[in-house]
Write a protein that binds this ligand. Structure first.
Ligand code: MTE
Length: 331
């Protein structure tokens, strides 16, 4: 061990000094890191870990636990959004366009029996019953940020497995370059279908390599329980590096295609919603800045908005999918 002399400007620790000096140095390290901004994240992570350990299952729906995911980037340590907020502030236009419409009306949706039809360029097309989808792979818990193009975000513990697992199971053919997700459209169960705001059914799309990325989650639950109706029961997508609308709810069909499909929001307003819709603070939506966001639950009068991160903070994991692409044109 190197012991510096007084001449070099450092004191030898005297024996009685040792503990206080160690404590002092630890504190100094902590202050330095705080000043550098890094400990803010670390402390928040610890707080979130505590919060998660104490978050009981809401106990409203059937349990659906998931093992902590080992996929890179799959578990953010940020504080979880309150279950009440995550289930009462929703976009699910099939039930109306107000944020509280889905929680008020989505109970009308029949989710039993449920199946997902696989169509198009695959060797194994056909109808998969929800029961079989639930058994296809072990459930994982993924704690993802979800950011809406409207400028709000949440942090939710989702339960599911990588969409890639289902894709591999149905054996896509070489010509399959895109996936289209078609969601339920039942007039009797969905009062929002009376509005022409969307060309129903609501559809979404992903490029094959995006769909195969391990972070793209085929989702069956949240907060340790099956999905509430308003959050897209019984099966939805969660694609955490894209704006929330790419995460299609209540999926009934997946088509494997050679060409990129038109998507519901792109058909509704092509200048506002492109095919990719990656979270990108540098490319604003015509009506809303994408540079900052309001985290639901942090609504105090003086609460500062958060900076939105490139690809919603998942750049290390997904950035290479878009290497060489002009993200202003491919918005
Ligand atoms: N899926 C369907 N079928 N219908 C919708 O209106 N809205 C999207 C997406 N999936 C939508 C949908 C939008 S705009 C968002 S922000 C997310 O769902 C919201 O998911 P959440 O309510 O679970 O937060």
């Amino acid at each position: 061990m190197l012991i510096r002399t007084r001449d070099s400007g450092f004191d030898h620790p005297r024996s009685g000094d040792i503990t206080p000096r160690a404590v002092y140095q630890q504190r100094r390290e902590l202050l330095k890191t705080l000043a550098a901004g890094a400990a803010g994240g670390a402390l928040a992570a610890w707080a979130a870990r505590d919060a998660r350990a104490q978050t009981a299952r809401p106990g409203k729906l059937a349990p659906l636990p998931g093992a902590r995911s080992a996929v890179s980037g799959a578990v953010t340590m940020e504080k979880l959004t309150d279950h009440q907020d995550a289930t009462s502030y929703n976009n699910f236009y099939e039930f109306g366009t107000d944020k509280d419409d889905p929680a008020r009306h989505a109970h009308q949706m029949k989710t039993v029996p449920w199946s997902v039809e696989i169509e198009g360029l695959v060797n194994k097309p056909g109808r998969l019953a929800l029961e079989d989808l639930l058994k296809l792979k072990p459930m994982e818990e993924r704690v993802y940020r979800l950011r809406c193009v409207e400028g709000w975000s949440m942090v939710i513990p989702w339960v599911g497995y990588s969409l890639a697992e289902l894709i591999k199971r149905v054996e896509p053919q070489g010509s399959a370059k895109y996936l289209e997700f078609v969601t339920l459209a039942e007039n009797k169960q969905m009062p929002g279908l009376r509005s022409r705001v969307i060309d129903w059914p609501y559809t979404e799309g992903l490029r094959m390599d995006e769909a195969l990325h391990p972070l793209a989650l085929l989702t069956f639950g949240m907060y340790g329980e099956v999905l509430p109706h308003q959050n897209g029961a019984p099966v939805r997508l969660v694609v955490p590096w894209k704006y929330g609308f790419k995460s299609a709810k209540s999926i009934v069909k997946i088509r494997f295609l050679e060409q990129a499909p038109r998507t519901a929001w792109n058909k509704a307003a092509a200048n506002e919603y492109g095919f990719y819709s990656n979270v990108n603070p540098e490319v604003d939506h015509p009506r809303w800045s994408q540079a900052t966001e309001r985290r639901i639950g942090e609504d105090g009068l003086f609460t500062k908005k958060r900076k939105t991160l490139m690809f919603n903070g998942y750049e290390a994991q997904v950035g290479q999918l878009y290497a060489g692409m002009d993200l202003r044109k491919n918005y």
